[in-house]
Design a protein around this ligand. Structure first.
Ligand code: F6R
Length: 612
């Protein structure tokens, strides 16, 4: 949603804040601001509408702002339009309290009215200004102690927040509080950092603390103290981040998305190797026992966006390999359904960030119902990773581009390994078939590499899509699941209207939209369904559609129907999604570039959706 950075130490804060914010721009980029304090002097607040570079220019890359303690923010507007006045930091009128915030304060209207009655006035439309003034109110009403004031405000606030606050009376100190919005605290020699996400501080330190829900932290130069909501000091474990700083940089690629597409062979291999040794899948880290798996009857896969599409693909894979029934659910719907979860069920939540509000709520609801839960998560220490009964970490590393690629691919492969292990633990797969399928999964990284080597063909074809207004993705079974992902990728970064349909559904309505020149992209990798999908392709072609096909090497006859055919290496059809998605990622990337869009930061989107 929004990105937060804070720093206190002996160096100038502003360049560090701007650098950290540049790593968090994927979380929001409609306005940005910093507040920096030089010793006992007044805090200087600079904020502006627009991308971070506007703020960088205003401050001469931070050189024009002096002081060794500060907080910064990059915004994705929720309450109030993108504007300088709505940009963070926000301050109380006398400058006593200055803060940045990520999240949503649900009862902000009610709190605002209370504060107005107590003489406060408001200048912005944000919920953050309410939080700032609430902290100020409690600070002045009771003992002027930051921790107490923040704790009292936390008790009154409903919603989610990661809050970083500076108090006029406490120079060199930053106070942080968190509920349901991500925030980490990093520590180095004589320096302390706070950020919404690891990449913002990775250059400076790898030693971090995860601040828990309803906890408060006091940051001083090179030191941090944690408190619970009762203002009691609590202990925390320091964690070492294993990601290297380079993986959070562009590494010579023009965009993060292209870099992340190219990282897929490596991160898929890493994810496989994290659980496969000596030809067997070992789930020691996942801690779901074979006995527990054998007893399961029902699996729910719950997620949002691309992670949901992973679930749709995995439904076919798990149901094909086991006798388990699988239901795939959108987290935003699942959480509000009045449904009874069956006792012998497992709820698998899939999330790159581990912070998606709806997915987290669905996980909590499942836990309350008493069923077992498993998170397939990328970000270590994220809320979902901490709260799920079991965690399978994908090893995608930091994913910066808003449009997911490498996290999606690692989630898919994690799901294949789970499906295989489910089949084995339940005695539903012969040893020979198990070995064969595991061997096939091991071929995925190298096959993805081969597809990437052929990217120029896709780049060439992408030119034909640059001026297109509408597109359709069709497929059956796993190919339909991949079509859904291809369609989302195209629409979110190239702003071309796009829809995905199960190919068999076309004639129940959508075919009426096909006219001369309509683009239809067909995914055709499932041997037993090829003929059926080809019939659907012929149906749309005869109505004027232009067809692109993504298929498996050998299906050359598709060139009779499609104007452009893209081949992926042969693989066990159950795992074909891992390959057929790659050309679709590349296609979306090149179309977006061809249209001159900011591919890593598509409009209206944020990387981590911590609000409903
Ligand atoms: C699309 C995309 C989103 C995410 C969705 C869930 O490219 O990235 O649709 O997949 O917002 O996010 P996570 O996986 O963080 O829960």
């Amino acid at each position: 949603m929004c990105g937060i950075v804070g720093f206190t130490g002996n160096r100038q804060a502003a360049p560090i804040l701007l650098d950290g914010l540049s790593k968090l721009e994927y979380r929001g980029y409609d306005s940005a601001g910093i507040a920096v304090r030089d010793g006992e002097n007044e805090t200087e607040v600079i904020k502006e509408k627009g991308k971070l570079r506007v703020l960088a220019e205003m401050t001469n890359n931070g050189q024009a702002v002096k002081g060794c303690c500060g907080i910064g923010h990059t915004r994705w507007a929720t309450h109030g339009e993108p504007s300088a006045v709505n940009a963070h930091p926000h301050a109380s009128d006398d400058g006593n309290v200055i803060a940045v915030h990520n999240g949503i304060i649900e009862n902000y209207q009610e709190l605002r009215e209370k504060l107005i009655k107590n003489g406060y006035s408001f200048h912005s439309q944000t919920d953050t200004e309410v939080a700032v003034k609430l902290v100020d109110y409690y600070y002045k009403k009771y003992a002027p102690l930051p921790i107490e004031a923040i704790a009292r405000a936390m008790v009154r606030i409903r919603g989610s927040y990661a809050l970083c606050v500076m108090f006029k009376d406490y120079p060199g100190e930053i106070y942080c509080a968190r509920k349901d919005s991500p925030m980490i605290i990093g520590i180095a020699d004589g320096e302390t950092y706070v950020a919404s996400d690891v990449p913002a501080i990775l250059k400076y330190t790898r030693n971090v603390y995860y601040i828990g829900n309803m906890e408060i932290a006091k940051l001083e130069k090179g030191a941090v103290t944690f408190f619970n909501i009762d203002s009691e000091v609590i202990d925390k474990k320091l964690t070492e981040i294993k990601w290297d700083a380079e993986s959070a940089e562009k590494g010579g690629y023009e965009h993060f998305m292209l870099k992340e597409i190219h990282e897929q062979p490596k991160v898929i291999r890493d994810t496989i190797n994290s659980v496969v040794t000596d030809g067997l899948v070992h789930f020691d880290t996942v801690s779901l026992t074979d006995e527990e798996i054998a007893e399961l009857e029902q699996v729910y896969i719950v997620a949002c966006g691309s992670a949901y599409h992973v679930g749709v693909d995995l439904q076919y894979v798990i149901e094909s390999l086991t006798s388990l029934q699988v239901r795939v659910e959108l987290a935003s719907e699942f959480r509000y359904r009045d449904m009874k979860l069956r006792g012998k069920s497992l709820v698998i939540v899939i999330s790159q960030s581990g912070e998606t509000a709806d997915t987290l709520a669905a996980l909590r609801m499942s836990k309350e119902s008493g069923v077992k839960t498993l998170g397939i998560v990328n970000v270590v220490g994220s809320s979902i990773a901490r709260e799920a009964d079991n965690v399978f970490y994908t090893l995608a590393g930091p994913e910066i581009s808003v449009a997911t690629t490498k996290a999606y691919s690692t989630q898919l492969v994690a799901g294949y390994l789970l499906a295989l292990q489910f089949a084995k633990a339940r005695g539903e797969i012969a040893d020979e078939r198990y070995d064969e399928l595991l061997a096939e999964i091991n071929t995925i990284p190298e096959k993805v590499e081969r597809i990437l080597e052929d990217k120029e063909r896709i780049q060439w074809y992408s030119n034909k899509l640059v001026n297109v207004a509408d597109s359709f993705f069709i497929g059956r079974g796993i190919d339909y699941a991949i079509g859904m992902e291809g369609s989302l990728k195209l629409k979110e970064i190239s702003y071309i209207h796009s829809e995905a349909y199960a190919a068999g559904e076309l004639k129940h309505g959508p075919i009426s939209l096909i006219e001369n020149g309509t683009i239809v992209i067909s995914v055709v990798t499932q041997d037993r369904l090829i003929e059926k999908t080809v019939s659907n392709m012929v149906e749309v072609k005869s109505r004027g559609a232009k067809l692109m096909a993504v298929t498996t090497a050998g299906n050359y006859f598709l060139e009779d129907t499609a104007e452009f055919t893209c081949y992926v290496p042969k693989i066990e059809p159950l795992f074909a999604g891992s390959l057929s998605v790659i050309p679709l990622q590349l296609l979306s990337y090149y179309v977006s570039i061809g249209k001159g869009y900011d591919v890593d930061k598509p409009r209206n989107l944020a990387k981590s959706v911590t609000v409903e």
